[in-house]
Design a protein around this ligand. Structure first.
Ligand code: SF4
Length: 229
């Protein structure tokens, strides 16, 4: 039985994108209160093996062939870097001549073993969702000992040595980072990390939108301010 799951192939900038999840269930080093996947039963930041790797890889091969994918986007149920085969999966896709994009929440990009893996990818996406230490602990509920300061410096150091395209996604959350002071801090973070591309997002999940979602007008203002940097 395969442990990977897929989204329908889609076109982005004229290229065919195959999005794959390489985790059998949620494994993440955070446990965000607004996580669309649900609560983290497996809060981890070290790699582990999962059953069915060979059959999953064979299925990935078939999916690439049948969809004629040009870019494979590894976007998993949690932190894909904790799958101990992720380096081999990336090598396999690259060996077929395809581009690889990896989505990570970004915290682990400060550790050598994960930097080596992420460096194999053509594109890496990291993110932030809050800009105060107490909010990081309160609503992202990371593994004990994690700090927002370290989180940002991990992505900054990764970005500086990375030769691919580093994409930084910032989610604006009502009451947490939508005021002017927060937007100024976000601007400073964008400068510190030295990015290739910035994506500004907001919570779209219906369950959390009501309480934490940003109104269209304020979101537009924030977009204009951050994207004009
Ligand atoms: S980092 Fe992403 S996957 Fe992990 S708990 Fe938060 S929202 Fe969920």
């Amino acid at each position: 039985m395969s442990g990977f799951t897929y989204k329908d192939i889609y076109i982005e900038d004229g290229g065919r994108v195959l999005e794959v999840n390489i985790l059998p269930e949620k494994y993440c080093n955070f446990d965000c209160i607004f996580c669309p996947i649900g609560k983290s039963q497996n809060k981890v930041d070290v790699q582990r093996s999962f059953d069915g790797y060979e059959s999953s890889l064979a299925e990935l091969d078939r999916m690439i062939e049948s969809t004629k994918a040009e870019l494979v986007f590894i976007n998993s149920k949690g932190e894909a870097l904790v799958n101990d085969k992720i380096g081999d999966i990336i090598d396999f896709i690259k060996g077929k001549g395809l581009h690889v994009r990896l989505f990570s929440n970004g915290y682990l990009l400060g550790r050598d073993e994960y930097i080596r893996i992420a460096n194999k990818c053509d594109e890496v996406v990291g993110e932030i969702k809050v800009i105060k230490e107490e909010d990081f602990r309160k609503i992202q509920r990371p593994i004990e000992g994690y700090t927002l300061k370290e989180y940002i410096s991990n992505m900054a150091s990764f970005s500086k040595q990375y030769n691919g395209v580093f994409i930084f996604e910032i989610t604006i959350i009502k009451g947490y980072n939508d005021d002017e002071e927060s937007i100024q801090k976000i601007k400073n973070i964008i400068k510190e990390i030295s990015l290739d591309k910035v994506i500004i997002a907001r919570l779209e999940d219906e369950v959390f939108k009501k309480k934490l979602g940003i109104a269209d007008e304020r979101f537009e203002e924030i977009l204009n301010e951050l994207l004009s940097l």
